[in-house]
Design a protein around this ligand. Structure first.
Ligand code: GLU
Length: 512
């Protein structure tokens, strides 16, 4: 199936999260795919906050959603936080608009009033359960024996409404019909209406349910494609029916595959939090009411571009072996109809790999900037910009996160606080100080101090003494770095400068 029919209106898509907690990374992927699709087709990407279920409202969740998108660089063209011609974009503020649409469905007999109290419904469910039916539904069959405007006499309905009795408005699902639609990712989806229930559309307090508000807003906001998680697939037939009841053209639908846990065992849910050893949220989260906290990719040290690239590949790839994509390149390559049907298994090691690629591709100045932020956070004195850049480039090889630069190379920012005990016992001998002091003398005597010159001194000393590199190299490293791993010790010494290098060599000789 094509993504866009030829005669189509300009593409308008929306990300419509409910502020019921922190945004799951699957939600960010949904936002990303919507964004990529919109930008690819020169369309608009909207952000709508679906907060009609007040009982599930969580303070701070909406701010969290906005902040997450901002961090990722997924900027809405229109919507909550940016405004636009269809404002307000928060459904709770649109409440008065929905009533008339419920009325329209009542008038056209596609919806009806239901007066059954929550207690009555509960009692029926209990009864059904004891009779061996745990799946009782208010549907095209059972509605005939319930308290609603289809079963009660018209005057009685009038009387109940006039006296302000509590009611809900339910969708009147046709009894014997196959509802079909073509999903852009899944192809034909077909559901028999006997499997659908008469969902509540408008609640007693006049608030619409998700289904009514979602369909009405998609229409009012001129949405051409609904791109959302697979968990909404069961709702799609009802939505298709609502479009038909309203006599509106339905948008295209694309239901994205689930994100699966690394072992493929079930979906990666919000509840997985940090349990699996990696974050499932874009940013750190803290619920001020419950005290619940969870960690995020940003604070874990991920670059937003790497996070997006990784997410884009959970359920899609360009069909060749390219993997590292900027946002602009993703826009260019993305094809909604090529998104996979099967769940996408999350792999944290791969996520880290993406971060490493982006870190390596950063210009030295940006790398230095990240390093500086990290040093400031740690309270480590920040060297001059030129030094920072060289240090960052030198330490880049082994870094996955910008914080690894300092973690693997703290010796570039201060003298080693201690010497690697294991390597000391293996490599440092009674002769080491005397040998290092000779080297130090020769380093001191060099007309100009550089990595090449220091290496020259070192090598001729090896030839002269017949010592192997494996004997003296680690000793020099231990003296300068405190550890035996890392970039070339001569490059390090050149960056530290002659004075600091000599100071460290003497200090190590004095201390060991
Ligand atoms: N409010 C729904 C959610 O939280 C939106 C589903 C849809 O996109 O239709 O995911």
């Amino acid at each position: 199936m094509n993504e866009i029919p030829l005669s189509a209106r300009p593409v308008r898509v929306r990300f419509a999260p409910s502020p019921t907690g922190p945004l799951h990374m699957g939600g960010v992927r949904t936002a990303l795919y919507n964004y990529l699709f919109a930008k690819k087709h020169g369309g608009a990407f909207l952000l709508r906050i679906e907060d009609t279920d007040q009982a599930r409202f969580v303070p701070g969740a909406e701010e969290y959603i906005l902040e997450s998108l901002r961090w990722c660089g997924i900027v809405p063209d229109e919507g909550q936080g940016v405004g636009g011609p269809h404002a307000p974009y928060r459904q709770s503020e649109r409440k008065p608009m929905y009533r008339q649409y419920a009325q329209q469905l009542l008038d056209s007999e596609h919806a009806y009033y239901a007066f059954d109290t929550p207690e009555e419904l509960e009692a029926i469910r209990e009864l059904a359960l004891t009779a061996g039916n745990p799946n009782w539904q208010y549907n095209s069959i059972t509605r005939g024996s319930m308290k609603n405007s289809l079963t009660l006499p018209a005057e009685e309905v009038e009387r109940r409404l006039a006296s302000g009795e509590a009611y809900v408005v339910r969708a009147k699902i046709p009894r014997n019909e196959e509802v079909k639609f073509q999903d852009i990712i899944r192809g034909w989806v077909s559901v028999h209406t006997l499997n659908l229930d008469d969902k509540v559309l408008l609640k007693g307090d006049g608030m619409p349910t998700y289904h009514l508000a979602n369909v009405v807003d998609d229409r009012l906001m001129d949405i051409t494609h609904v791109i959302r998680g697979e968990e909404w697939l069961p709702s799609a037939p009802l939505h298709i029916l609502l479009y038909r009841f309203f006599q509106w053209e339905a948008p295209g639908f694309a239901h994205l595959p689930l994100l699966l846990r690394p072992d493929g065992n079930g979906k990666l849910s919000k509840r997985d939090g940090d349990r699996l050893g990696f974050p499932v949220f874009p940013l750190d989260w803290h619920n001020s009411e419950t005290g619940e906290t969870a960690s995020g990719y940003r604070e874990r040290g991920f670059l937003p571009e790497a996070f997006l690239n990784m997410l884009a590949f959970l359920g899609w790839n360009p069909g060749d072996n390219r993997e590292v994509f900027s946002l602009a390149e993703l826009i260019d390559a993305f094809q909604l109809h090529k998104v996979h049907k099967a769940g996408a298994r999350f792999d944290f090691e791969k996520a880290k790999w993406f971060n490493q690629q982006f870190l390596r591709n950063l210009p030295p100045a940006s790398l230095a900037h990240l390093l500086k932020d990290d040093l400031l956070r740690r309270g480590v004195a920040v060297p001059a910009p030129a030094y920072l850049e060289k240090a960052a480039v030198l330490l880049l090889d082994r870094a996955v996160f910008s914080s690894d630069l300092y973690e693997n190379g703290s010796y570039l920012f201060h003298a080693p606080a201690h010497y690697d005990a294991e390597m000391m016992s293996k490599k440092w001998t009674a002769d080491s100080p005397a040998r290092l002091r000779i080297l130090a003398e020769r380093f001191a005597a060099l007309p100009a101090f550089s990595a090449e010159a220091a290496e020259g001194v070192f090598k001729s000393y090896l030839t002269e003494t017949g010592l192997g590199f494996g004997i003296l190299g680690p000793v020099l490293r231990l003296a300068v770095n405190g550890v035996t791993v890392g970039p070339s010790v001569f490059d390090i010494m050149a960056l530290l400068g002659r004075e600091e290098s000599l100071k460290r060599i003497h200090a190590a000789c004095d201390a060991n």
